[in-house]
Ligand binder design. Structure first.
Ligand code: ADP
Length: 265
């Protein structure tokens, strides 16, 4: 416990060591609390679709199972819930993969224009359904950046998908990329890739917490749209593996802009 360690340290150390060790202990405690929250969240997120599934299985085992209309409706709901669990497990696996590999820096030259075009092609059904006008402004002469193609596709997949899910009310989604000569926190040129929507935006109090695992502004709405609350946590980790970061700007009522900042070399 904190007290025991304090006493042991106090016996043979100067004041500075004691302060440092106490700092370490609260780090460990914070990490432990975070791990407990994470396990509780995962369990909760898996339990709710499982509860729905077992409820419908029970119903189908009863007389309702003989009614073809009810049966097809219930099977539809069951398929939806199992898809949700599959999505959650896929996101958890992505997250643990990028977290585990945090120290390894991906370094293959990647064209952001290709990444964005491939992402948009894969999201075609969603962009069509959302009925938004997509503006694409990516200069053809942007340099390749050192990175991991598939992981960068995942970053922009998550950001564009969010823009469609939460920001489609604005009817417009702007995708742009520029090279900046300098940026605080970077020691060379930076590529800024912006995904900007014109929807409801985000209350500023939520912005610093959006990249936390399972953090959602509106849980019910996010879940209805198939969200797990892991998308932006994955984005943050992938960008950090690329020595980059995510910057979020929003004015409520006017939309939100997610900027991925990536070092050019
Ligand atoms: P989810 O799976 O819930 O979409 P994310 O980690 O991708 O999880 O996003 C976390 C939360 O951030 C979302 O639940 C939503 O409340 C908010 N959010 C993300 N993108 C946007 C956006 N473009 N506009 C408004 N809110 C957003």
């Amino acid at each position: 416990s904190r007290e025991t360690v304090w006493r042991v340290m106090a016996r043979h150390a100067d004041a500075q060591t004691i302060v440092l060790s106490l700092g370490d202990i609260s780090d460990i405690e914070a990490a432990e609390a975070q791990r407990r929250d994470f396990v509780a969240n995962v369990s909760h997120e898996l339990r709710s679709p499982l509860t729905v599934l077992s409820g419908f299985i029970e119903t189908l085992q009863g007389p309702a199972g003989d009614d073809p209309v009810a049966r097809s409706e219930f099977l539809g709901i069951m398929a939806e819930q199992s898809a949700r669990m599959t999505g959650l497990v896929a996101d958890l696996l992505s997250l643990s993969r990028v977290e585990a590999a945090e120290k390894i820096r991906p370094r293959t030259p990647v064209s952001i224009d290709m990444v964005l075009k491939a992402t948009l092609a894969a999201l075609r059904p969603q962009t069509d359904a959302a009925q938004v006008q997509i503006t694409y402004a990516v200069a053809a002469d942007l340099p390749d950046i050192p990175g991991d193609y598939d992981q960068l596709v995942q970053v922009f997949h998550n950001l564009i998908e969010n823009g469609l899910k939460y920001g489609s009310g604005g009817g417009r989604l702007d995708i742009s990329a520029q090279q900046l000569a300098a940026m605080p926190g970077f020691d060379g040129p930076v590529l800024r890739v912006s995904i900007r929507d014109f929807g409801e935006g985000i209350d500023p109090v939520h912005i610093p917490r959006l990249t936390e695992r399972f953090y959602r502004v509106d849980k019910a709405r996010s879940r209805d749209s198939g969200g797990t609350g892991l998308g932006l946590a994955i984005v943050k980790h992938i960008l950090s593996r690329h020595r980059g970061r995510l910057s979020i700007r929003s004015t409520q009522g006017e939309g939100a802009a997610f900027d991925a900042l990536l070092p050019c070399n």
